[in-house]
Design a protein around this ligand. Sequence first.
Ligand SMILES: [Zn+2]
Length: 269
Amino acid sequence: MERVSDGSYHTTYKIGDLTVTSLRDGYVDMPVRRLRQPGDKPFGDDLPSQVPLFEGALRLSVNAFAVHDGEDITLIDTGSSNAWHPTMGFLPQALSEAKIAVDRIRTVAFTHTHLDHIQGLILPNGGDGFPQLCRLLVPRAELDMFRQEARLKRFHSRAEPFDPGQRLGVSIETIATPGHEVGHTCFRVTSRGETLLIWGDIVHVPSLQFDRPEVAWEFDADQEQARASRLRIMALAADNAWCVAGAHLDSPGVGRIFRTETGFRFEPV
Ligand SMILES: [Zn+2]
């Protein structure tokens, strides 16, 4: 896997015959108490000094990823649009900078249905983010949750559920990783023996959770299950030399994972 181009809002990589672009929707600042030690215990003075703080807050990148197989483009997650903090919603600029015409995005798939992943379906002006959208793929376990998002009402009936292990085309396969949310899914993208795992919210705070994968996130629907999924997926990626791409890894959020004596370590591509 190699990096082929980049800009302020995007970075493009080659994986075998595929092109994958990391798209920067922006960032969100979160209080330190969102980090949870086993037993749902927040950090206080014991927060490791390796975690950078921005005016006392954790800063999370928000990324989406476009997979281009030469014909079709599949967009995995869509950012927040104007539905949350104004520090997010830059996906349209990122696509434009990467020279990906929104008309060419015909498939959108969600790792899960939290708002920083799904709201980009609709532009701040109310228009469709992807006017030629044909397939809108939602984890089956979160179909009802998706259909409760009032802002996305016109997409409710268009959502097509997918199941764990289902292939979404020749080069993309889904892997169930429940915990952060009930239907949380990773997308395994492969071409010519190379693999990139687009893993959604397996990690929220990369400065801490590679080193200490037992640390969970307050917004995990099930912290225990999220912890187990994180450990399983990190081991799988490290032991098989898969690259990973994360929605909240520091932008562009693509790299390799290695085992350490106590946990894991991330190295950007
Ligand atoms: Zn998220």
